[in-house]
Structures are given as structure tokens and as C-alpha cells.
Design a protein around this ligand. Sequence first.
Ligand SMILES: [Zn+2]
Length: 376
Amino acid sequence: MYTEVVNLTRKLINIPSISPKDFGCQEILIERLKACGFFIERINFNDTNNFWAWRGYGKTIIFVGHTDVVPAGNIIDWKTPPFLSTIKNGFLFGRGAADMKGSLSAMVVAVENFIKQNPNHNGRISFLITSDEESTGKNGTKKVVSFLKKRQEIIDYCLVGEPTSEKNLGDCIKTGRRGSLSVFLKIYGKQGHAAYPDLAVNPIHKSIPFLTELSTLSFDNGNNFFIPTKLQILKISSGKNYVTNMIPGDLSVSLNVRFSSLSKKKNIIQIINNLLKKYSIRHSIHWTCHAKPFFSSPNNFCNIITNSIYRFTNINPVIKTNGGTSDGRFMVGIANQIVEFGLLNSTIHQVNECINILDLFKLQNIYFNILNELFL
Ligand SMILES: [Zn+2]
């Protein structure tokens, strides 16, 4: 029975579904779900494939995942071909093994086994699978969720299969994520001759004390689940002229703020604006909010997942909200409880992405156990 999940993972890895392409991965999953009685709706938008599948009635669990992967990166550094799954020393190598074709396979095989044993199960099992989680995400989960919302679908339990484990399978699950705010700032001075600084305003000199304070700004203190909101300066550029005697006229700065649910976007904007005012910085500024933070208070669904993890790993997971953004944020407003749990994230997006095959079996068993606890 264990070879099932490995075979399915390998089949998916062998398809180079670089985001937002799916190249048939979803059809493989759809065929298997159809065979065990799922209703399937393909909800495609432009270049993105999505599907929603469901079986049964009543309280609903949704498995959320993506079939797209990031590119291989530096091919020369791969020890095995990235899009040809390879087993070595108990590990399965290939792009997407951990993020997240292994997890998708574990979900599907767990569901197949559960239905085989409980063809008349309580509750409704559903899937929302997209092929655009790794690129813009604009035609993926977000749009499918608004489509489902219009139909007044209600989801009780949402399980996102992203790789959340850190050192050992099950050591970390996530019930929220930080938001992401990008800032593009242009600071104006007055261009002039380097030998006549009194006739110019040097935007670099003017910015240094401002940038120093900016880099140490505090927005909130965090809490048990969120680390404090943090701002990072990503890029500073000025003086495009290749001469040695010109004071530049302006300075561009890119920033990114990863913010917890303790800070509101408008407060962050206000704090940065106040600092610009304090240093009398002449500027223009552009804000882009890529993701709002979300947090789903740990409750009974989270307990079921925690207990299931403990049963198969002897590990009590820590609940975190770290890492980048995830599709979990789009499930807010349609799903009552949201938990992310999957394989180890130590090699995701890297060369030689791999998973421990034993972990894959355990993950399948944990997903199976969650269904048992919810719907038996
Ligand atoms: Zn992922």
C-alpha cells in the first residue's frame, strides 16, 4: 500500500509543471478522485488550472494544494535530473517533492484509503487544487474561493498541505501567516557639482539618518504566535551617472514589511510617513500590499491534527506563523478553521529538493487519521 503514495508522487514530479503551468498533473489527481466518487469542477482562469472536488454531505474538510512548482534553478548543481524523480538512500529527489507534490499524493492516497474503508462516511471531503501558487496567484485559489463564496459554500476545516515541518516531520504547523507590504520610495535632493555642495542638496547624505532610524523601527511586539513586525531595506540606488563629480538628484529605496495581525497596514504607513516628516524628506512613495496577515485561532481541528501528528511521530508540533505568504490567506472568510501542515521545508525551492520516503508514508497516515477523527 505504501508504494501507492511514492508512485503517485513520482508521476507528478516527472511532469515539469513550472508555475503557472499544470501540464496534466491535475488530470491525474482528478481521475483518481473521480474513481472514488468525487464530483469534479474544473475552474480554470487564463493560463491557470484549478479544480474543486467534493464527496459526501455535511461538515466539510477541504484539502488545499498546488500542482505548480518553481523552476529547477541552477541545473548543474542538481545531483539528479530535477524533473525525473529519483530514489536514493531512502530519499525521493525532484523538483516539487516537498513543495508540494508529495503532500498532494499523501492527501489523495489517504482519502482513497479512507473511502475504501468507509464508503458511507460522515461529512464532506473536498479538494481545492491550483496551478498558480508559486507565481502571481491571481488566477488561482483566490479566484476559486470567490467563485465558491458566491455559491455560499461553507468549509468547516481547511488543511493546507504546504511544507511546514522544519527539522522533523510534524515539528511545526501553521495557523496563520504574516502579511507583506512593499514600499518604493524616491527621495529628492538637488543635483549639483561635487565641488560645490553648497549649491546642491545631496539626497544620500540627507537620507542616512532617516534610513538608520527606518531600519530600527518597531511596529508591534509580536505575541505567542507572531514574531514582531519587521521592515527590511532591500535596495538603495542613486547616482546613475558614471562621473566622479556629480551629486545625484535623487535616491531610490525599496523596502518590504512583513507584518503580523497585530499591526494594520494603515498604521505601518502612518509610522513610515511620520518618520519621513520628522526628517523633512522630500519624496514620492508607492505602497503595494501583496498579502494581509491572517490568523486562525487554534481549536478542535488544530487539536485533531496535533494529536494525529503525535500518534505517528511522537512529536508535539509548535504552532507558528512564520515563512512567506501562502494560499491559506485566501481561505479566510470561507473556512472556519485553517491549519497548514506538510513535509519538511528544508530543501524547498533549492537545488536537490528531496523528501524522506518514510516521512511521506507518515504524512499519508496522519492525513488518514485526521479523516478518521473527523468523519468516522
Ligand atoms: Zn508550496
